[in-house]
Design a binder for this molecule. Structure first.
Ligand SMILES: [Zn+2]
Length: 268
């Protein structure tokens, strides 16, 4: 899958979960917490490919993300070697630990604990890193190096100007990280050679069984189906969900429309 499809699938699901799940249990989310959660899910949906030497995630933060990749690949290979089933093949460096649900839960839990313990700096840092990844994933749409400045500006704007800021996500922001990572692997499952999402459950002699849709239902990454159907649909879903899931966004959109309508006759 292309970066843009990974990022928008993370964003759409993040908006739906953060916008609608709290209301199901009788809570009202703030606009800031929905935006923070969705932004983090969008970027986390690129994170698993940190186990690939030339992916967007590995190249994003120059030597820092390169070093992270250098650490993750051997770790992933080690866990693969220790837990490989008799039919598992390959080295486990790419589409290994970072492409498992357990790996996603583990990192999510760590971010949950860190955000509960240290609060705002953790939420702002996570949001900045993830927004930078998401924007890099949209490179086809927003090209150029200023994207790190844009990510920093957006993070600051959410904290400063959106009601609630990032504050409401303390203790559960890691759920957005886990969600984004799992969505990435589901994306790989329908386009690539599958992802070992269910590790360490043994399936047909393999603990790293590559979960994927049937061959006939897979589409080629970056092919016509993705470019003309999947990516546009995910982008539209993200925009529609943004209007309905973020508290106050619908009112804002309606008042902008009214203002535009009022200005039109004068312009004519
Ligand atoms: Zn992947």
């Amino acid at each position: 899958m292309l970066g843009v499809s990974h990022a928008t699938s993370g964003a759409a699901l993040g908006l739906a979960v953060a916008g609608f799940v709290p209301t199901l249990i009788g809570m009202t989310p703030s606009a800031g917490s929905v935006l923070t959660f969705a932004g983090v899910a969008a970027g986390a949906a690129l994170l698993p490919d940190l186990d690939h030497p030339s992916s967007t995630a590995t190249r994003r933060f120059s030597w820092a993300s390169w070093l992270a990749s250098k650490a993750i690949r051997p770790l992933s290979a080690l866990v693969f070697d220790l837990t490989r089933g008799r039919r598992d093949t390959g080295k486990g460096t790419h589409r290994g630990l970072t492409h498992t649900a357990v790996g996603a839960l583990f990192l999510g839990l760590a971010i949950n604990l860190a955000s509960a313990q240290w609060g705002t700096p953790v939420m702002l840092g996570t949001l900045f890193v993830c927004l930078a990844l998401a924007i890099k994933g949209l490179d086809g749409l927003i090209p150029g190096p200023p994207s790190l400045v844009i990510a920093a500006g957006l993070t600051w704007a959410v904290q400063e100007y959106v009601p609630g800021g990032t504050d409401g996500t303390a203790g559960w922001l890691g759920a957005a990280v886990a969600l984004g990572m799992v969505v990435h692997s589901l994306g790989d499952a329908i386009t690539e050679s599958g992802a070992p999402l269910l590790w360490p459950l043994p399936i047909r002699g393999r603990l790293w069984y590559p979960v994927g849709s049937p061959r006939a239902m897979r589409f080629r990454a970056g092919g016509k189906v993705e470019m003309l159907l999947i990516a546009p649909l995910l982008t539209i879903a993200t925009l529609v969900l943004a209007v309905y899931a973020i508290p106050g966004a619908l009112d804002l959109a309606l008042s902008l429309r009214d203002q535009a309508v009022r200005l039109l006759p004068q312009a004519g």
